[in-house]
Design a protein around this ligand. Sequence first.
Ligand SMILES: *[C@@H]1O[C@H](CO)[C@@H](O)[C@H](O)[C@H]1NC(C)=O
Ligand SMILES: *[C@@H]1O[C@H](CO)[C@@H](O)[C@H](O)[C@H]1NC(C)=O
Ligand SMILES: *[C@@H]1O[C@H](CO)[C@@H](O)[C@H](O)[C@H]1NC(C)=O
Ligand SMILES: *[C@@H]1O[C@H](CO)[C@@H](O)[C@H](O)[C@H]1NC(C)=O
Ligand SMILES: *[C@@H]1O[C@H](CO)[C@@H](O)[C@H](O)[C@H]1NC(C)=O
Ligand SMILES: *[C@@H]1O[C@H](CO)[C@@H](O)[C@H](O)[C@H]1NC(C)=O
Ligand SMILES: *[C@@H]1O[C@H](CO)[C@@H](O)[C@H](O)[C@H]1NC(C)=O
Ligand SMILES: *[C@@H]1O[C@H](CO)[C@@H](O)[C@H](O)[C@H]1NC(C)=O
Ligand SMILES: *[C@@H]1O[C@H](CO)[C@@H](O)[C@H](O)[C@H]1NC(C)=O
Ligand SMILES: *[C@@H]1O[C@H](CO)[C@@H](O)[C@H](O)[C@H]1NC(C)=O
Ligand SMILES: *[C@@H]1O[C@H](CO)[C@@H](O)[C@H](O)[C@H]1NC(C)=O
Length: 644
Amino acid sequence: MDYDYQLLHVVALLTLIAFGGTSWTIEACSPNELEALMSFKNGIQKDTSGRVAKWIGQSCCDWEGIVCENATSRVTQINLPGFISTDTDLFQTQMKGLISPSITLLTFLEIIDLGGLVGLSGTIPQTIGLHLPKLQKLYLYGNNLTGPIPESIGELPNLQELALQENRLSGLIPVSLGSLKSLKRLLLYSNQFSGTIPDSLGNLMNLVELDVHDNALIGNIPNSVGEMQALEKLDLSNNLLSGKIPSSLTNLTVISVLYLNTNYLEGTVPFPSRSGEMSSLGFLRLHNNLLVGNIPSNIGYLVSLQRVSLSNNKLEGALPSSLGNLVALTELYLSGNFLSDQIPKSVGQLSQLIMLNISRNLIEGPLPQEMSSLQNLQTLDLSFNHLNLSAIPKWIENMSSLSNIYFAGCGIQGQIPDFFQRTNSPIQELDLSVNFLSGNIPSWIGSLNQLYKLNLSRNSLYSDIPDSFRNLQDLGILDLHSNRLAGTIASAFDIQQGVLGGSLKFVDLSANNFSSGIEEIGGGQCGIQFLNLSHNLLKGRLPNSIGKQNSLKSLDLSFNELGSNLPEVLGNLTSLERLKLQQNHFTGKIPNEFLKLLKLKELNLSNNLLEGEIPERKPLIDFPESSYSGNKGLCGKPLSPCKV
Ligand SMILES: *[C@@H]1O[C@H](CO)[C@@H](O)[C@H](O)[C@H]1NC(C)=O
Ligand SMILES: *[C@@H]1O[C@H](CO)[C@@H](O)[C@H](O)[C@H]1NC(C)=O
Ligand SMILES: *[C@@H]1O[C@H](CO)[C@@H](O)[C@H](O)[C@H]1NC(C)=O
Ligand SMILES: *[C@@H]1O[C@H](CO)[C@@H](O)[C@H](O)[C@H]1NC(C)=O
Ligand SMILES: *[C@@H]1O[C@H](CO)[C@@H](O)[C@H](O)[C@H]1NC(C)=O
Ligand SMILES: *[C@@H]1O[C@H](CO)[C@@H](O)[C@H](O)[C@H]1NC(C)=O
Ligand SMILES: *[C@@H]1O[C@H](CO)[C@@H](O)[C@H](O)[C@H]1NC(C)=O
Ligand SMILES: *[C@@H]1O[C@H](CO)[C@@H](O)[C@H](O)[C@H]1NC(C)=O
Ligand SMILES: *[C@@H]1O[C@H](CO)[C@@H](O)[C@H](O)[C@H]1NC(C)=O
Ligand SMILES: *[C@@H]1O[C@H](CO)[C@@H](O)[C@H](O)[C@H]1NC(C)=O
Ligand SMILES: *[C@@H]1O[C@H](CO)[C@@H](O)[C@H](O)[C@H]1NC(C)=O
């Protein structure tokens, strides 16, 4: 096979490099080491790379994945990574089996690379620290290892890299890790470690990267983190850490990445008190915590910042005008706080900014015209503040990169302004929901040919859906619910007529006054997953073509005037999780085909004119009575038995 051939090729190449082209010594390995490697081999049940199967004979130094010291023939490296890359190709191999504790007999080992083999299970050998004094790199990441990190690991004076991420390891982070004086990278993320972060880690003066995100760590961030002078990257996010962020962090002068998001950290944000401190910090994520107080104006010293997220905290007060000093900033997320006052004019200096999200705060209007100089801004979300804009400022049309515009709940009145059709950048997402917009949906919207998401819900728009919507080839999400729209729903539905397979995934036209077009729902396109047409005045029968919409997960046609029999083909919609047809005029029996809807979690057929026996099997018998009540003559489980 190609695959094996390539693998051989790589190994041959590596061997050539390792031996510098000199003739190799075919010498037997020491019996101890042979035995250790054989025990390792015996623990492996499956190795899709075929490397271990070729471990035959006595000359273990010639085996694939084994490197020896020239002179002594002692094994110094086990290199069997799961992810193999060559100049031309990348591939992933798998190994299943238990990692044998016998590898600790290979006392000259400097590198163990068994990373990313996916199926390797078992525990990290208990005595690993006692027998491998030369070990520099231990890569066991991306496997299926369980159990704790042995305390003995602290006795590996030469260990530089410990990569145990993405396993199912548990227990405490051993205090003894603080003794690993040479350690540069400590990667324990995506495991099940619990307990606190030991103080002793502060002793790791050479540590460049500490990443323990995605575990179940509790307690405070120890103050001693500020002592790790070499630290460039610190990621403690997605744990259960609490308390204040230690102010000693500002001692980390070379740090460039700081991620503490999604914990229970509280108190104020410690930023440096003078310029120069933490001036390398490029990435700062503190979102989803319980931080209080203002955004300190010292943030302006962090001049390397590129991405900042402080969303979903309890920050308050005005945005400091020193934000304008952060000229490298590309993304700024501040949503979900209690930030108030106006947006400072200095924001206009953030010429690299691509994403600005200040939604769900208490920001007041008007918006500074200086914002129009954000020529790289692509996404602007100002939704749900106290902006009371009345109108969308006209200078928006001069922001040449802006394509995702979120102005929900901004107090916008009047008609949808037509300058959106003149913006230099093609609009992809437009959310003007929860405003006071009235008048028609303008037909030029159909010419926004890159539009993917349109949300005009909860306004007072009347008119029908313009025919031009049929041109919106890329439209995926259409939410027009809770307006006063009338006429036919058809213009929303025969978009694309199957030509492109249909990009529309989500349609909510509920709570309007639409009265016709139901027969169009089978149309051409088939990718739709969510459809809500409830609370309209739709009449007629459901067309059989609805059976083609087999991507549907949620279908709500409740509170309309639909009638006639329930089509059997509804049973073809086997992805359906929610089907709401209550409060219509459907007649006849519940088709037996409904028994095919095995994913259904919510069903409501109440208040129709249905009769006959409810098909007596799962999933139909598992719904409550109120799913069926108020019909003409339904009987059987969960309602009362049918009369015989
Ligand atoms: C192996 O031996 C060759 C010459 O015999 C020497 O040049 C090379 O540096 C040695 N390699 C190692 C890793 O000791
Ligand atoms: C990991 O181990 C568990 C049992 O301990 C097993 O059920 C699971 O299939 C293993 N996963 C992989 C990817 O081998
Ligand atoms: C921060 O650095 C200063 C001087 O560089 C030092 O005196 C202080 O102890 C350090 N604080 C911490 C918590 O490491
Ligand atoms: C802005 O942030 C909020 C909260 O994190 C999020 O729900 C929303 O989707 C973001 N807006 C955009 C346009 O990404
Ligand atoms: C919003 O602005 C309008 C006019 O600019 C003003 O009449 C109205 O009182 C404002 N509403 C609030 C809640 O501030
Ligand atoms: C948009 O930019 C042009 C050219 O720079 C300028 O003349 C015009 O006044 C600007 N429009 C607004 C509304 O700021
Ligand atoms: C449209 O906006 C409303 C109100 O802001 C929101 O509740 C709804 O989730 C949005 N629709 C989509 C599809 O995002
Ligand atoms: C729908 O139309 C009816 C009568 O034409 C009207 O009374 C009702 O207010 C309209 N509903 C909406 C949400 O516009
Ligand atoms: C459909 O829309 C109505 C009215 O807007 C809403 O009450 C209902 O929850 C929606 N149905 C689904 C399945 O989301
Ligand atoms: C419904 O599925 C059956 C097979 O399960 C198929 O023969 C039939 O054509 C489908 N009907 C529709 C309308 O897609
Ligand atoms: C079904 O709809 C009716 C009427 O809207 C409601 O009273 C009932 O609680 C609903 N039942 C279920 C199970 O959703």
